[in-house]
Design a protein around this ligand. Structure first.
Ligand SMILES: Nc1nc2c(c(=O)[nH]1)N[C@H]1C(S)=C(S)[C@@H](COP(=O)(O)O)O[C@H]1N2
Ligand SMILES: [Mo]
Length: 216
């Protein structure tokens, strides 16, 4: 895997986040939380998002060789190229995006594949109760229980606001769970694995709520 470093500031912020974890033993107070996340991102004037990468890097991908893997407790493991994903016909959802640190972007239009369809295509085995989502950054991992993973609107987004995802937004694919806070949405998604038990996601292990449902 090759990575592009996105600057010293982001790298230092990632380091600060790791140190924060040690200092707070996994429970991050709300005030500290915004300090942990906020230095990672500048406001993007084009789309209103703040850029986050806990590794300080953006994983590179080659259109020729990139595959989204669906594996684990399935009958037919999949490895799908971007073309194969788009060929199925994308669904579009529009949702307000909320980060727990307090910023939001209203009416984001995502297009992608329902996670439910990919799971059906792979054929879930009865023992599967959750799905593990892994980023190509090798660090950011999160989980959804099966009812959530199969819910309407839960997609692997390939496009945002009518264009392919940019590198910062998570190209080529990003998990979007429109009713959850942004931290559940793994960027640079490379692997979905059906597993027997739900487990703790990246930020949940660092103090974020296991119930990521957006509260207004
Ligand atoms: N791989 C990866 N995915 C990630 C993150 C990250 O640091 N790395 N940050 C998460 C958090 S906390 C939020 S709010 C959103 C931010 O998305 P953005 O960087 O496109 O603004 O990405 C989520 N997905
Ligand atoms: Mo976030």
């Amino acid at each position: 895997m090759s990575m592009t470093h996105v600057g010293r500031r982001l790298f230092l912020a990632g380091t600060a986040a790791s140190l924060g974890v040690i200092a707070f033993g996994g429970g991050v107070p709300a005030a500290v939380r915004s300090w942990l996340e906020s230095p990672l991102g500048d406001l993007s004037p084009s789309d209103g998002f703040h850029f986050y990468s806990v590794t300080g890097s953006i994983p590179q991908w080659e259109p020729q060789t990139w595959r989204l893997v669906v594996d684990g407790l399935v009958d037919r493991p999949l490895a799908l190229a971007r073309d194969e994903l788009t060929a199925a016909g994308l669904v579009t959802i529009t949702a307000d995006f909320h980060c727990v640190t307090g910023w939001s972007v209203s009416s984001v239009r995502w297009a992608g594949l329902p996670v439910r369809d990919l799971l059906d295509q792979a054929g879930l085995r009865p023992r599967a109760t959750a799905v593990r989502f892994e980023s190509a950054d090798g660090v950011y991992v999160d989980y959804l229980d099966l009812p959530t993973a199969r819910a309407a609107g839960v997609i692997i987004a390939l496009n945002m606001n009518g264009k392919p995802l940019t590198a910062e937004r998570g190209a080529p694919g990003r998990l979007v769970v429109p009713f959850f806070y942004g931290y559940k949405g793994v960027k640079w998604l490379r692997r979905m694995t059906a597993v027997a038990e739900v487990a703790t996601g990246y930020w949940e292990a660092r103090g974020y709520a296991a119930d990521a449902r957006i509260r207004h």
